[in-house]
Design a protein around this ligand. Structure first.
Ligand code: GAL
Length: 663
């Protein structure tokens, strides 16, 4: 029986009332047997309800080719079940054991330069290797057969963070699979030649057999080959997910299948908008990258994950209680930060809050990575704050199962624009797609305006205002959709380097911003990026960096701001074309979070979008809504007064979150 239904998707299989799940990756195979009992005792003390088990256990589960040892896992599963803890059981295929790579070195990935990626860490497998696939699926079958009926089994966890280290493989297996993928996409080599623009630099192919992955080359590899290789690489891992899922669904049709995505700023190779439909419920891993917008980036990622899940609850599979081990300097979290991070994910729709990992490792590369139970043991401030969080989540059980309430403003997030806008051989190599999108998000938070981050394929039409930062790749169908959106009264805002190319990375001719030119009522003849030390002033008091455009106005367009310095002094910098009840606006330079914060009111005004927060809270507090629950998140390191908010405490402490029930 499921505890609560998430139609048409499924949620965990376990009996009991709806609750917010709490837990971690659990690696008992790193510890002697006597520690396991202490683990389950401490888990219960902390309020743990679920663990992800056996993620890196292949070598222990199959110590020799075809020989399985499940006895220890049987015991752990039983212990957890007796302790009332559910299991998200991994298929254990993330890190192939030494016997497999020794016997079949042909499963090892090859990098762009042609060097083998050797075993010694993890994820040293080619996504397209038939030999790897065969061994992995054999293990999946054995596990699913053994644990199909185990009462602790609540979900399957396919592999782990597919593509974290092995997404781009340039091996001969990859070459063969890439050709098959291209054949399926294009049908004929002539169609491929057209799409890739191979008339350039004598790149014309006479047959698919001549095509290679974009291995190290003398100069810039063909841009459409690069784009297709990205699409292919994302698809190849998605295929692996499907292959494991097929076995799991055959043997355990009633157990939901998921895998942990990595929706976060530094990770773009997997097109999760395209993957989301492949899992029974969306799961994500998120780690904070320090910096001035670190907290906002967490919120942005959680927000996007919630929209990948179609507004339905999702599973936060990993985040950290405190420091990680893989940044140049690994900072401990400040008091309150862990709970605020966790509850921000809940605020954006997570019905499960889990960490990497339960017990901090004593050996191995992650021994300095924080965990729920640190080296210092249960008598530690960290463990006490973990226990407090467990209690907090129990109290928030009524939130479980509720959907996110959509906002009036949507930020369009487009994986292909992320990839292509940052390709080599462009007007500047300084452009960062995700940073521009995040800057807009911060600006909206600074104005107290609730915003959704939505994939291009999502329900864009529901938003009164749609912000499409650097929407670089615009196939005709998307251009048509945006035209219809504006004609229907929607307010579109876009930026520099948007509307430039089609799905083949071919430039839309006739002047920029190509596909969006007529909609915006402007025309640009040449790109004008800025050097690092350069900036331009605008007459609305903001400053632009990175990019400028020499805009010619071609329609009935209002100029919202002009340049007052630089090459384009007195020319339009920000424009807005009213279209019936809607409008289409263009921002031609990078204004950064501060500049966008001051610009946002002028852009939202015509759409009638205003903050739902009392004036005093705007900027200091982030608001999200799940059903009849309001989440108020203190974005600052100082207390914020909540006077005047019905049902709220007088003060929201620094870095704290309060959840209000509203009727
Ligand atoms: C994730 C991974 C975990 C652990 C964690 C450390 O990428 O899934 O196994 O390595 O990072 O932050």
């Amino acid at each position: 029986m499921t505890s609560h239904e998430h139609s048409p998707r499924r949620w965990l299989r376990h009996a009991g009332a709806a609750r917010l799940e709490f837990g971690a990756d659990y690696n008992p195979d790193q510890w002697p047997r006597e520690v396991w009992d202490d683990d389950v005792r401490a888990m219960r003390e902390a309020g743990v309800t679920i663990v992800s088990l056996a993620i890196f256990s292949w070598a222990r589960l199959e110590p020799r080719d075809g020989e399985y040892d499940f006895a220890w896992l049987d015991e752990v599963m039983d212990l957890l079940h007796t302790g009332g803890i559910s299991v998200d059981l991994a298929t254990a295929t993330a890190s192939p054991p030494p016997w497999l790579t020794a016997k079949h070195p042909e499963i090892l990935p090859v990098n762009r330069e042609g060097a083998t990626v050797w075993p010694g860490a993890r994820q040293h497998w080619r996504p397209t290797s038939p030999v790897f696939r065969e061994h992995a699926l054999r293990l999946v079958r054995a596990l699913a057969t053994r644990y199909a009926g185990h009462p602790a089994l609540a979900a399957w966890h396919v592999n782990n963070e597919l593509g974290c280290h092995n997404v781009y493989d340039f091996s001969d297996d990859a070459a063969v699979a890439f050709r098959d993928w291209l054949r399926a996409r294009y049908g004929t080599v002539e169609a491929l030649n057209h799409a890739w623009g191979t008339a350039f630099w004598s790149q014309r192919y006479d047959s698919f057999a001549e095509v290679l992955p974009p291995r190290i080359a003398a100069s810039h590899p063909n841009p459409t080959q690069q784009l297709d290789f990205r699409r292919f690489s994302s698809d190849a891992l998605k295929e692996h997910l499907r292959a494991e899922r097929t076995v799991l669904r055959e043997l355990t049709p009633d157990v939901p299948v998921t895998t942990n995505f990595m929706v976060m700023s530094g990770m773009n190779p997997m097109n999760y908008a395209d993957w989301a439909a492949e899992v029974d419920f969306v799961a994500n891993d998120h780690y904070v990258i320090p910096g001035p917008q670190a907290r906002d980036e967490l919120s942005f990622s959680a927000n996007l994950t919630g929209n990948l899940a179609g507004g339905r609850p999702w599973f936060l599979m990993e985040h950290s209680t405190s420091a990680v081990n893989w940044q140049p300097v690994n900072l401990a979290k400040k008091p309150g930060e862990m709970a605020r991070d966790s509850l921000t994910h809940v605020a954006h729709g997570a019905d499960a809050v889990c960490f990497f990992q339960w017990r901090q490792s004593r050996a191995g590369a992650e021994k300095y990575h924080s965990a729920m139970l640190p080296h210092a043991g249960t008598g530690s401030a960290l463990f006490r704050s973990v226990t407090d969080l467990g209690k907090r989540l129990r109290d928030l059980a009524p939130v479980a199962g509720s959907e996110r309430t959509p906002a009036d403003v949507g930020i369009v997030f487009d994986w292909e624009s992320w990839w292509v806008s940052e390709h080599d051989s462009h007007p500047t190599d300084r452009l960062r797609y995700h940073r521009e999108a995040l800057d807009w998000y911060t600006a909206l938070l600074n104005n107290g305006v609730r915003t959704d981050v939505v994939p291009t394929g999502g329900p864009l039409e529901r938003y009164r205002v749609l912000i499409a930062p650097i929407l670089h790749v615009v196939p005709e169908a998307l251009a048509e959709r945006l035209r219809a959106y504006v004609a229907g009264g929607g307010h579109l805002i876009t930026t520099y380097f948007s509307g430039i190319v089609d799905e083949n990375d071919h430039v839309w001719l006739g002047g920029y911003p190509g596909a969006l030119r007529d909609l915006l009522g402007i025309r640009i003849e040449e790109f004008a990026p800025l050097l690092d030390a350069e900036s331009v002033e605008l007459d609305n008091g903001t400053t632009g960096t990175l990019w400028t455009d020499r805009i010619d106005i071609t329609g009935e367009v209002e100029v919202l701001a002009r340049y007052t310095s630089g090459e384009y002094t007195d020319r339009a910098a920000i424009t807005r074309r009213p279209v019936g009840a809607g409008s289409a606006a263009y921002v031609s330079t990078r204004l950064g979070p501060e500049g966008l914060t001051s610009l946002v009111p002028a852009l939202l005004g015509p759409a009638g979008v205003v903050s739902e927060l009392p004036e005093a809270l705007r900027g200091a507090v982030e608001l999200t809504i799940r059903g009849d629950h309001w989440f108020l998140i203190n974005r600052t390191d100082a207390p914020v007064g909540l006077d005047g908010l019905p049902g709220a405490p007088a003060v929201l402490d620094a870095r704290a979150v309060v959840v209000l029930k509203r009727d």
